[in-house]
Design a protein around this ligand. Structure first.
Ligand code: PLP
Length: 422
């Protein structure tokens, strides 16, 4: 098994780095990857990211560049923009943001001034750093107000969102987050934003692939500005996009360039275009629905084994497990699971009594295992491994973890991964 596309020049020039890339490919192959923000991109996407397009500067936008020689790059970016607009049904698309965090910063720069009030979901409740959390520039340079989830339901408290919006009159309202296992009610957010005159930013970084594949309602038509990464459920390269209605598009473009960034990463733009092409196929629709089917099946299997899921289950690709009842913290559990071949991250749960670097929960997502070809019938086995590993971690049974890793390895051998093969 070797990395695909091949790396003959890299191996000759820099065997040390080439060796590390091979090791990482193998690691990704051998593990059940349940990190909710990750995926396996196609070999076509990998090839696009490794092209000579990385050599080119193209500050500006197609037809309006500050450097010559854009005969080809303009076509690449236009294709990416057209595909983004068509896939999501959006009036405007900007495919240049370097990643999700800069995409969100562009929304601030476009529509808010330093010191303005912004309303976003609290980080411990599932929000993202860039929605105004205190350690982020967005929390330091703006005046953040935060909503959360209801204790009884684990779901976003829309009454609180409305109350806070009426009281604080934010310039921006963010809907979305990094650890939300339930459907986001974009129409409800839109109504609140309209009432208080705020710009609603739907951050669909996690669920963009589900939206594209029809497995989660779309914010288009409700949020005038939509930010997203391209590398999570959307299964593209590391990057981001901003979709907007016609009215807000110009301000977004100015904010991305020249407001925040210099030259776009053209090799990434090409790979985004490829991923968007893939996401427009019937196979991708099936994929998006299979991601949700897998998450539901995994949730059911974990509930049967006595795990406590925030909100009691999932509507999307993501599960948040509160391990309090299992007598182990999220961090030691995540570390033990990694040794057992099950890769995920520790995570705060809403109203977490523990510290953020040692929280009560773990977060799981099914985007990567669905790409590998695992289906609902495999989920009881995954839940069994998670259960055994958590028990083994609590009792310090390293041999049990090794046995699980061997079983994981054996199952995955039958499910090929794009980017690593004979
Ligand atoms: C992942 C994520 C981001 C940030 O993306 P980066 O590419 O890591 O900067 C922003 N918002 C949400 C909701 C995310 O999940």
């Amino acid at each position: 098994m070797t990395h695909q596309p091949g790396m003959s020049a890299l191996t000759a020039a820099d065997p040390e780095i080439a060796g590390l890339v091979e090791r990482e490919a193998r690691r990704q192959h051998d593990k059940i990857r349940l990190i909710a923000s990750e995926n396996y991109v196609s070999e076509a996407v990998l090839e696009a990211t490794g092209t000579v397009l990385t050599n080119k500067y193209s500050e500006g936008y197609p037809g309006r560049r500050y450097y010559e020689g854009q005969q080809v790059i303009d076509q690449v970016e236009r294709l990416a923009v057209q595909r983004a607009k068509a896939l999501f049904g959006a009036e405007h698309a900007n495919v240049q943001p370097y990643s999700g965090s800069p995409a969100n910063l562009a929304a601030y720069l476009a529509f808010a001034k330093p010191g303005d009030t912004v309303l976003g979901m609290a980080l411990p409740d599932g929000g993202h750093l860039t929605h105004g959390w205190s350690v982020s520039a967005t929390g330091k340079w703006f005046d953040p107000v935060r909503y959360g989830v209801r204790k009884e339901t684990g779901r976003v408290d829309l009454d609180q969102v409305r109350d806070l919006a009426r009281r604080h009159r934010p310039t921006l309202i963010f809907a979305g987050g990094t650890a939300i296992p339930r459907t986001i009610d974009f129409p409800a957010f839109a109504e609140i934003a309209r009432e208080v005159g705020a710009v609603l930013v739907a951050d669909i970084a996690h669920i963009a692939g589900l939206v594209a594949g029809g497995a989660h309602p779309s914010p288009v038509g409700y949020a005038p500005v939509i930010t997203t990464t391209t590398h999570k459920t959307l299964r593209g390269p590391r990057g981001a996009m901003i979709l907007a209605d016609a009215e807000h598009g110009k301000a977004i473009d100015k904010a991305v360039f020249p407001g925040l960034q210099g030259g776009p990463h053209n090799h990434t733009t090409a790979a985004i275009a490829v991923a968007l092409g893939e996401a427009a196929t019937p196979e991708f629709r099936d994929y998006a629905h299979a991601v949700v089917d897998n998450a539901r099946a995994l949730a059911e299997a974990l509930l049967e084994r006595g795990f406590d899921l925030v909100s009691g289950g999932t509507d999307n690709h993501l599960l948040l497990v509160d391990l309090t009842g299992k007598g182990i913290g999220g961090k030691p559990a995540a570390q033990a699971l990694d040794r057992a071949g099950v890769e995920l991250n520790y995570n705060t749960v809403p109203f977490d009594p523990r510290k953020p670097f040692d929280p009560s929960g773990i977060r799981l997502g099914t985007s990567s295992i669905t790409t590998r070809g695992l289906r609902p019938e495999h989920q009881p086995r995954l839940a069994e491994w998670i259960d055994r590993a958590v028990t083994a971690a609590a009792s310090g049974d390293e041999q049990a973890l090794e046995r699980i890793a061997a079983e994981v390895h054996e199952l995955l051998a039958a499910y090929p991964m794009p980017g690593y093969r004979a």
